[in-house]
Ligand binder design. Structure first.
Ligand code: OFO
Length: 170
């Protein structure tokens, strides 16, 4: 049986994962209509992953006699000044998600909920990978510079990353 506090905190996390999925889908859409097909592919894949994260929380909470209740999520931003601004925001968002996962772990320790803490460890590891992947993209954008040639190479790189991730999941 899960405590009321943890039930509420997981529901908040479900909202954040759903929000993440929608933010990345909106970003993918912007990339698609602004000449970045590789970045769009990468972000659509990430949008799907966030939905998968959301579902993991939904099933876990319901399986533990809690109740996953979907909440209203805000409309994601539709416009970006550049691909650099967009990926800087992805990185900030992933850092926010990591800090929320850490807060959830803290709460589990306070509440002595070792089962939920154990479940959360998958997300702790996942966030290390997500942050490092996005940091790498941000670094590459800086390195290649904000030029047409640089953007072209970034887009090819992101397309390759999306293909590699899809192949790894097959
Ligand atoms: Fe759900 O990991 Fe990214 O946000």
């Amino acid at each position: 049986m899960i405590s009321k506090k943890i039930d509420q905190a997981i529901n908040d996390q479900i909202k954040l994962e759903e929000q993440s999925s929608r933010i990345y889908m909106a970003m993918a859409s912007w990339c698609g209509v602004n000449g970045f097909p590789g970045a769009a592919k990468f972000l659509y894949t990430h949008s799907d992953e966030e939905r998968m994260h959301m579902l993991k929380f939904v099933h876990f909470l319901n399986d533990r006699n809690g109740h996953s209740v979907l909440q209203q999520v805000e409309q994601p931003k539709a416009e970006y000044r550049s691909i650099k601004e967009l990926f800087d925001e992805v990185l900030k968002h992933e850092q926010l998600v990591s800090s929320r996962i850490n807060e959830l772990v803290d709460l589990c320790l306070q509440e002595k909920d070792h089962t939920t803490n154990n479940f959360l460890q998958w997300f702790v590891t996942e966030q290390i990978e997500e942050e490092s992947l996005v940091q790498d993209i941000v670094d590459k954008i800086k390195l290649l510079g904000e030029s047409m040639g640089g953007y072209f190479h970034i887009d090819m790189y992101l397309s390759g990353l999306a293909d590699a991730e899809a192949a790894a999941e097959e």
